[in-house]
Write a protein that binds this ligand. Structure first.
Ligand code: PLP
Length: 383
């Protein structure tokens, strides 16, 4: 007899992970697929980072480490956070863990069963399931193109109840590709202080901003003790498979969060942490080169999408996504399926990002310029 908990039953698997599996299967069968689907940079991890991991392996650095991370990595992250994010962080404020797991740890540690968590609609696919797995109630607040995909403080204020415990925000955002303005973040932090809420700020796309400036809510007055700042290496350093990121929080929170880390993954892989130090301390040229290429791809995709004549969008300021609205009267899942089956172009349907995502498709431009041109041409044939 199987009994699956109601918490697990309340969520579905990740549609983007499933789609990536399907694309891999199609390719293995020899089918040509162009993927605009997965949020994964196509660049190799920079050589100096790979070298640092190899060196650690050769030196026998292959055992458990301190659960919260090796001291030199926590030190490097604390320095980066202080200098770049305006949050005066010390190593004791840092927990090293895969980014997704950081969010899972923060949500599980800070909410009780039945507590409400405000999340943007549309938003990254995993926030809602993470809240549900923690026994919480996701409260979706519209963050559509009308507000440039920002969570406006007016709509958040209208959604706050006695059970609200947390706001999850993400700037630059997935799927909108927008960068929250300072005023918007100030409005959200004021609400958090007025209503005694936590903010979980997912800043994984922080280094991919083409226009605008990044602001961390944890740096705003009186916000340090009520903000968990989440970040990671996957996107900036093209390290998705290394599974390493971090969170920044007040020390008493870190000691509670550490319990989940200690009883689940224990620690991040030892040699991966050495590579992560090299990422933060090493040369910045490879990162600049990837950024420059992303910007060129963004401009190419903007031109190509406009040329198709059915997509409505503003040029995204950050991350590596377009989330245009299309003019056809068809559901986004059906449209994405048609494009994959008929011309072998994989896209993520807007509805996967929340009800307000319906009528949109998400295009990731973490793929070559050649594929962008070819893929858009193929889409044009179907449309
Ligand atoms: C907004 C956002 N947060 C977190 C993550 C998870 O990052 P990681 O794969 O490094 O755990 C992603 C990955 O797509 C993302 O888009």
């Amino acid at each position: 007899m199987t009994h699956i908990s109601s918490r697990v039953k309340s969520v579905s698997g990740s549609p983007t992970v499933r789609l990536a599996g399907l694309v891999a299967e199609m390719r293995a069968k020899g089918q040509q697929v162009i993927s605009f689907s997965i949020g994964e940079p196509d660049f190799p991890t920079p050589a100096h980072i790979v070298e640092a991991a190899k060196k650690a392996l050769d030196a026998g650095f292959t055992k458990y480490t301190a659960s919260a991370g090796i001291p030199e990595l926590r030190q490097a992250i604390a320095e980066k956070t202080t200098k770049e994010n305006g949050i005066a962080a010390k190593p004791e404020n840092i927990l090293v863990s895969p980014t997704k797991h950081c969010i899972y740890i923060a949500v599980n540690s800070l909410i009780e069963g039945g507590d409400e968590v405000i999340i943007p609609d549309p938003c990254w696919i995993s926030y809602e399931p993470i809240v549900r797995l923690a026994g919480g109630k996701p409260v979706l607040v519209k963050a559509t193109e009308e507000t440039n995909f920002e969570l406006s403080s007016e709509s958040v204020a209208a959604a706050i109840t006695d059970r609200t415990r947390m706001i999850i925000m993400n700037s630059p955002s997935n799927p909108g590709g927008n960068v929250f303005s300072k005023e918007t973040i100030k409005g959200l932090t004021d609400l958090a202080k007025d209503h005694d809420l936590y903010i979980v700020s997912d800043e994984i796309y922080e280094k991919l901003i083409y226009e605008g400036k990044h602001y961390s809510p944890g740096s705003f007055d009186g916000m340090f003790e009520r903000t968990v700042t989440v970040n990671g290496f996957s996107k900036t350093y093209s390290m998705t498979g290394w599974r390493v990121g971090w969170l920044v929080a007040d020390k008493p929170l870190i000691s509670e969060f550490s319990k989940i880390q200690e009883h689940t993954i224990t620690c991040c892989a030892s040699f991966v942490q050495k590579a992560a130090v090299a990422a933060l301390r090493g040369p910045t040229e490879p990162i600049k080169a990837m950024f420059k290429e992303f910007r060129a791809r963004r401009d190419l995709m903007a031109k190509g999408l406009k040329g198709l004549g059915v997509f409505d969008f503003k040029i995204p300021q950050g991350a590596f996504y377009f989330f245009p609205r299309y003019s056809m009267k068809v559901e986004s899942r059906a449209l994405a399926e048609k494009l994959l089956k008929e011309v072998g172009v994989a896209l993520t349907p807007g509805a996967d990002f929340g009800p307000s995502g319906e009528g949109h498709l998400r295009f990731s431009y973490a793929t070559s310029r050649q594929d962008i041109e070819k893929g858009l041409e193929k889409i044009g044939k179907v449309l």
